[in-house]
Design a protein around this ligand. Structure first.
Ligand SMILES: NC(=O)c1ccc[n+]([C@@H]2O[C@H](COP(=O)([O-])OP(=O)(O)OC[C@H]3O[C@@H](n4cnc5c(N)ncnc54)[C@H](O)[C@@H]3O)[C@@H](O)[C@H]2O)c1
Length: 187
């Protein structure tokens, strides 16, 4: 018996990097994994590499409509969602004074609003099951000060607070919410 046997997991930003590695680990532990990404070619290639336990769905995490479609499609196909890993994220090396508003808005949309939409969209599914785990990928930049990454740092601190608030709110329904804070990883 593997730890994640019969579990259905959704990993955003799963075409590359840590998301692809998370999907691979989940599959090794017995899970069926849906990876999502804006990179359709990369996502399809990763799903093919990971085999029958992995499926790819095109998905922009900043889009409310895309979240409704992806969660609906996963539930239609697998009847449940046990784990959501809000992994998709982007990084820009820009200090406070160099950050254009458009870049700030892009980072907030993908890194922060994407996590909000993901948690909000799966919450009713997990509540109905009375079980589930949401894992939000923050960063060490959401724990300590970091220079030259003002908008990124803002979103990663936000994810930490959002995870704690959601954990308090969803815990009574049997749903765990945690944030993860990796250091630098060569992806
Ligand atoms: N690599 C590091 O050093 C590091 C450290 C701490 C935290 N993180 C965080 O870990 C997560 C994964 O990072 P990584 O290093 O694997 O990055 P990566 O760039 O290798 O992978 C990120 C993936 O997210 C996808 N993506 C980008 N925008 C998207 C969108 N709007 N919707 C859906 N998918 C989208 C990309 O196509 C890509 O496949 C990110 O949240 C990142 O901030 C990374």
């Amino acid at each position: 018996m593997n730890r994640l046997d019969n579990k259905i997991a959704v990993v955003t930003g799963g075409a590359h990097g840590q998301g692809a590695a998370e999907a691979e680990l989940f599959i090794a532990a017995g899970a069926q994994v849906v990876i999502t990404d804006v990179d359709i070619e990369g996502g399809e290639a990763t799903a093919q590499r990971l085999g029958a336990s992995c499926q790819f769905m095109a998905h922009d995490v900043a889009s409310e409509e895309a979240w409704v479609r992806v969660v609906g499609d996963v539930v239609d196909r697998y009847r449940r969602i046990d784990v959501l890993v809000n992994n998709a994220g982007i990084f820009r090396v820009l200090g406070l004074e160099e950050t254009p508003l458009a870049v700030w808005n892009e980072l907030v949309a993908i890194n922060q609003t994407g996590v909000f939409l993901g948690m909000r969209t799966v919450a009713p599914v997990m509540k109905e099951q009375r079980s589930g785990a949401i894992v939000n990928i923050s960063s060490i930049a959401g724990l300590v000060a970091s220079a030259q990454a003002h908008a990124y740092s803002a979103t990663k601190w936000a994810i930490r607070g959002m995870s704690k608030s959601a954990a308090v709110e969803l815990g009574p329904s049997g749903i765990r919410v945690n944030s993860v804070h990796p250091g630098f990883i060569d992806t």
